[in-house]
Design a protein around this ligand. Sequence first.
Ligand SMILES: Cc1cc2nc3c(=O)[nH]c(=O)nc-3n(C[C@H](O)[C@H](O)[C@H](O)COP(=O)(O)OP(=O)(O)OC[C@H]3O[C@@H](n4cnc5c(N)ncnc54)[C@H](O)[C@@H]3O)c2cc1C
Length: 426
Amino acid sequence: MSQYGQYIDSYYQATCHVLPLQPQLDTDIEADVCIIGGGLTGMNAAIELRKRGFDVVVLEAGRISWAASGRNGGQCLVGYCLGLREVDEVYGPQWGKQLWDLSCESVDIVRERIAEFNINCDFQHNYIELALKPSQEKELRSWLELKQTRYDYPHASWWDKAKIQEVTSSERYLGGLFDSNSGHLHPLNYTIGLARAAIDLGARVFEQSPAVKLEKGAVNVIKTEKGSVKAKQVLLACNAYLEGLDRKAQSTVLPVASYIAVTEQLGDRQPITNKMAMSDLNNCLDYFRPTADGRILFGGVNHPFNGEYADSEERLRQRMLKVFPHLDDVKMDFHWGGMFAVTREYMPQIDHLGDDVYVAHGYTGHGVGLANIAGRVVAEAMAGTAERFDVFARIKHKWIPTPQTLRTPALAMAIWKAQIEDSLSY
Ligand SMILES: Cc1cc2nc3c(=O)[nH]c(=O)nc-3n(C[C@H](O)[C@H](O)[C@H](O)COP(=O)(O)OP(=O)(O)OC[C@H]3O[C@@H](n4cnc5c(N)ncnc54)[C@H](O)[C@@H]3O)c2cc1C
């Protein structure tokens, strides 16, 4: 996987609404806020901060949305990687409800942004989370009960095996929790749309300008290879690519690779007839959805050392055939990989690190939605109202070692454990 650069070859790159290359920072400048990282988190924060009148600079190491935000599965979901029942148990009913409401606002923000800035990104409602075994069905049913009883959420319903088969032709699942409020989109075009909006609102965006050093103080100084930014407040929005800038922030997230393949156009053979996004409840899950031009985009496959299998495209194809066996003659037109950031709590870290330096990352596979609310609550906190920000900042995050020699075995152990749990049949 190449480090910082141009967009990788992908379905998204092949269908993107290109943003003209933004300048490289080659001088010393000042701003109220410097955002490091031009993905979904950084661009959302830039919009929210400009709306509050801050002078904003964004430094992006490669191109805008070059990393996870331009490569992901596009599933735009309410909730967290940590399951709803566990959120409720770990954080208690009141805090759990606040967290839930903020996750719902994430998806509301996506719809708002698309309408406000006229972003063409193929947004499509509907999503189903699928049970492969009885324990998963029990778990999903407990989430449905919570949504319907305590969470005032009118968009969820239970689909049995027959209904899933009727709509998708897949016989694989015991049942699923359907959600008409979540959905999916073209993440590269969405993030590029956000970048255009931020630039139109007056944010200064620099591409190919990696921050190489953060000197903290009363005024923070961020150095790039050819210039620098002096800024009172800083947001680290680098997610899985944070290396080197801040050890404290880096020590709560573990980068994990995931891979995606996209079929040729399927025409009237498209099995997902209602266009919903789908994923199963395994730890090393399959996630998939139809694209706007009638393909299937299928993601999954974890490598224990974040390496790439030589045959990752074929591995994804075989996983897709377990869901849709009748697509065995279909070829894959695209495949690629990317890194996302996982925390030990399966909850994001949206936090204040001291010295007016903030961090928002570690959405653990849920950043297409959650990065939107992260940008908003960080902007609120920078503007002096930290009430909603604190709902996230109060989450305690456990430490993950930063030296790669320790991270690699930690990741391998976590993935092998997850795969063993997935293989159990109850
Ligand atoms: C294959 C894959 C599939 C996924 N599928 C889904 C999904 O279906 N649904 C979902 O909700 N989430 C999914 N995710 C996760 C989701 O993509 C992320 O949570 C989200 O994009 C995070 O956005 P971000 O802006 O925080 O980080 P990123 O998009 O990773 O952006 C970080 C940016 O920071 C820049 N950067 C790093 N260091 C520096 C530096 N020193 N100076 C300047 N810039 C720097 C990087 O170049 C990068 O552009 C997936 C991720 C992957 C990789």
